[in-house]
Design a protein around this ligand. Structure first.
Ligand SMILES: *[C@@H]1O[C@H](CO)[C@@H](O)[C@H](O)[C@H]1NC(C)=O
Length: 320
């Protein structure tokens, strides 16, 4: 059961140094706000600073999920690498688990206890042939409010990028297997959610396929580098929202994970018109609560029906 608040569309806190900021309204004020409450469900988009310490990462994410739930969120979004960000290939592989391991069990228990849906973006999941090849998937997992796994998408586009002079050099395919297929959008209390992970954001083919199949909300849990984030993050997220006329929710990693890696932050929520509804900033962990107003989506799609104007596949392949 979700309860709604009728604040401004954006309810944002920064959990300074990961300290929990509790809702400070008086009980009578809360009562008034509830009577005015709208019918729009609230989504919470989180940003954290994962390190190789899985225990500390879980504690930090758990605090944000609790805080979001306390403020009325129906579904909470955690970024890629919410479980950990390793400082070497070896460490990254050693820390990985299967879906039946302790990490997902703990999150399932958290979802069940708080009765909240969770998007766990970018879990380091041991692959089918782990014993022989030591390869993992980068998996985006959706848990329902009973803690059941209702959907899994394995990242399809791997980040093998070397930006000369910009300090970006990552080769995800050295330890990760690309996912074989897209996953159908999943019905949640905030709408139909289509799944991507981080670098997938750069491939509009994926977002358009999810939109065609009925997605209302696209999700890109991420750990963007500072250089690519500053240049591309917001414009890509807004472009995906505008061209698909979907909400876009993008949880993010922020700050320094270890000596060799930092992330851009700015966990973002965008509406189907491309307006930024919430932005967690570039400095520290936090959570943005946003209303997912499906009337806004229907109005946007009615006023400018781009999906109906889209041409048949042969039109786009007519150049060969
Ligand atoms: C990873 O595990 C292997 C085998 O257990 C071990 O030899 C190695 O030191 C570990 N590496 C790290 C970075 O934890």
């Amino acid at each position: 059961m979700c309860f709604m608040l009728a604040f401004s569309p954006i309810l944002r806190t920064q959990a300074r140094g990961l300290q929990l900021h509790r809702f400070t309204g008086t009980p009578s004020l809360i009562g008034k706000l509830c009577r005015m409450s709208s019918t729009n469900p609230l989504a919470a988009v989180c940003q954290v600073t994962s390190t190789p310490d899985k225990e500390a990462n879980f504690a930090a994410c758990k605090r944000l999920v609790e805080q979001a739930k306390e403020r009325g969120a129906c579904m909470v979004f955690l970024p890629e690498g919410f479980d950990y960000i390793g400082s070497s290939r070896d460490e990254t592989l050693n820390l990985s688990e299967s879906m039946e391991g302790e990490t997902i069990s703990r999150y399932a228990e958290l979802a069940r206890k708080l009765e909240v849906w969770l998007s766990l973006g970018g879990f380091h999941e041991r692959g089918e042939n782990w014993e022989s090849d030591r390869r993992i998937y980068n998996s985006h997992i959706i848990l329902d409010a009973q803690g059941h796994i209702v959907s899994v998408y394995r990242k399809g586009h791997l980040f093998d990028v070397e930006l000369t002079g910009r300090g970006v050099s990552l080769k995800e395919s050295a330890f990760t297997v690309p996912g074989p297929a897209l996953t159908p959008a999943v019905q949640t209390p905030i709408g139909k959610v289509g799944l991507g992970v981080c670098y997938d954001l750069r491939f509009p083919e994926l977002s358009l396929a999810l939109r065609r199949q009925g997605a209302e909300i696209l999700t890109y849990p991420s750990a963007f580098t500072v250089a690519t984030g500053a240049a591309h993050w917001e414009v890509l997220l807004r472009a995906r929202a505008i061209e698909t006329q979907c909400f876009v929710l993008a949880a993010a990693q922020v700050g320094s994970h270890h000596a060799k890696r930092a992330s851009y932050g700015h966990a973002l929520a965008v509406d189907p018109w491309g307006t930024v509804l919430g932005d967690c900033g570039g400095a520290e962990a936090g959570v943005a609560l946003v209303q997912v107003d499906m009337q806004k989506l229907r109005d946007t799609r009615r006023d400018m029906p781009v999906e109906q104007h889209r041409r048949e596949a042969t039109f786009y392949s007519s150049l060969g």
